[in-house]
Write a protein that binds this ligand. Structure first.
Ligand SMILES: Cc1cc2nc3c(=O)[nH]c(=O)nc-3n(C[C@H](O)[C@H](O)[C@H](O)COP(=O)(O)OP(=O)(O)OC[C@H]3O[C@@H](n4cnc5c(N)ncnc54)[C@H](O)[C@@H]3O)c2cc1C
Length: 441
């Protein structure tokens, strides 16, 4: 039986293990971390608050994945209607703002609608980047005040430096009628690509991976430091070495390429041009539950540290002690565009000060817990370098027969279900002995 080695124990590693199990193979999964689950790991602190390693909800529409995830938590999951809102210059606005302009100052609404109509009636122009797309879709005023401003915080670069091939259903383009309807009065259009989500009742998001230890031999604290694709050998920082017949990797490409023996310089350099955000997650627990109407809040203002807030106690009541609430704030950096230079303690203090300044935390709230985690690879940045650099890197991995997968192997904007499927595909390619990786989005 082929010795297929899998690097990473996140959703992609899980998908690979699942696919190999179907062939009667119990693979070995290696991970440098001391826990399994990658980005979907969950931790309960000593005060009883549970936080995921980044806010995670499952909104997959794929019935097969829905069924699988449900099975692994014994059908014990919360089915929740999504509630999202936006904070902008002291106002709380319904999501998506382009369909709910009525909360904005009247003069601004007039300016936004005028610009929108002007764009709507203009002849089509070529779209060279994300900024062009935003202006063509919403008019300049709205584009600059909302998505471009938010994007600078979330992607750490400008819209003019980004492509549009990550958009999918993420940004809703309203018709004239929809824009006007939302400008004159409140309404409830059903247009967001996420309407409902599921979340495990107990144990946080990682519970969806409850069965992984039964499917695979998991070796934690095994950091791969070199791979020789010719000899088919992987070496680990702890001195161990393993041989393989086929290798499936979910390691982030900028880390993977420099460790491959014989990788040409231009390919390694291409991997270093791939940009990704780093996210500092600040976790706060307080003695009050009614912290927010929605489970997720988007924050547009440049002078506020966090880009997104989520409220884990609203995903499952078991995520916080009775009567308490929790907040997870996302603060973004990137090696390429906005290096992380601040200490974690300073970021925690800044987040707490901004939670108070925005009124999300009251002066009377007692903070029961506070800590932070840094996710080095968070969201892939679709900058103008990505397409070419990725072609070079994936082409080389295909040539040397390393099957890449997952968000940071495919290097796409993939959700958990897509990372799982990507892992399945990479395992499938490894089984069939094909040279191609899972070649994702
Ligand atoms: C802030 C944030 C919020 C998100 N929210 C959602 C959401 O709500 N819903 C949703 O569906 N998706 C969400 N996602 C996306 C989701 O997290 C990913 O699609 C998925 O977790 C990626 O899984 P993966 O296995 O590809 O990568 P990872 O989970 O990163 O797994 C890679 C693994 O490789 C290991 N590794 C790395 N280097 C080495 C090495 N040298 N040696 C050994 N092991 C190594 C890592 O430790 C890690 O365990 C979110 C992502 C982020 C960043």
């Amino acid at each position: 039986m082929a010795n297929i080695v899998v690097l990473g124990t996140g959703m992609a590693g899980f998908g690979a293990a699942y696919r190999l199990n179907a062939e009667g193979i119990r693979p070995v999964l290696y991970d440098k971390a001391n826990h399994f689950g990658g980005h979907t790991a969950s931790f309960r602190d000593d005060k009883g608050f549970l936080f995921d390693l980044g806010p995670h909800i499952s909104f997959t529409k794929d019935p097969r994945i829905q069924e699988l995830f449900a099975k692994y938590v014994d059908d014990k999951y919360e089915a929740v209607q999504v509630k999202l809102d936006n904070y902008w210059r002291g106002l709380t606005l319904t999501h998506p703002v382009q369909l709910h302009l009525n909360g904005l100052p009247p003069d601004l609404i007039v300016e936004i609608v005028t610009d929108f109509l002007q764009e709507h009636n203009a002849p089509d122009r070529p779209i060279a980047n994300y900024e062009d797309w935003l202006v063509a879709s919403y008019g300049r005023k709205f584009a600059e005040l909302f998505p471009m401003q938010y994007g600078r915080k979330y992607h750490t670069t400008t819209a003019s430096n980004m492509t549009t091939d990550w958009l999918g259903p993420r940004m809703y383009r309203p018709s004239v009628q929809e824009l006007l309807r939302g400008a004159v009065a409140k309404w409830q259009p059903e247009v967001h690509y996420i309407t409902n989500f599921r979340y495990p009742t107990h144990g946080g998001f990682v519970s969806y991976m409850n069965d992984l230890p039964n499917m695979a031999d998991i070796r934690l604290r095994h950091e791969v430091i070199s791979i020789d694709p010719r000899e088919r050998v992987a070496r680990f920082a702890n001195g161990r070495v393993t041989k393989y017949d086929a290798l499936v990797s979910s390691i982030a490409l900028p880390e993977l390429l420099p460790m491959i023996a014989g990788a040409p310089q231009d390919v390694v350099e291409a991997s270093q041009r791939l940009a990704c955000t780093t996210c500092v997650l600040v976790n706060i627990g307080v003695n009050r539950e009614d912290l927010s109407e929605g489970q997720i809040k988007y924050i547009y203002d440049d002078d506020i540290a966090f880009t997104r807030l989520s409220f884990p106690h609203m995903l499952s009541r078991h995520n916080a002690p009775d009567g308490c609430g929790s907040i997870q704030a996302e603060v973004y950096y990137s090696r390429k565009y906005k290096p992380l230079t601040e200490s974690t303690d300073a970021i925690i203090e800044r987040v707490i000060a901004d939670l108070r300044r925005t009124g999300i935390l009251r002066e009377s709230d007692e903070i029961l817990t506070r800590h932070a985690a840094t996710v080095q690879y968070a969201n892939v940045i679709f900058d103008l370098d990505r397409t070419e650099a990725l072609k070079t890197v994936h082409g080389y991995l295909d040539d040397v027969g390393i099957h890449y997968c997952g968000r940071y192997g495919d290097w796409g904007y993939m959700w958990t279900d897509e990372s799982f499927i990507s892992g399945e595909r990479a395992a499938e390619a490894a089984l069939s002995g094909g040279a191609a990786g899972s070649r994702g989005k």
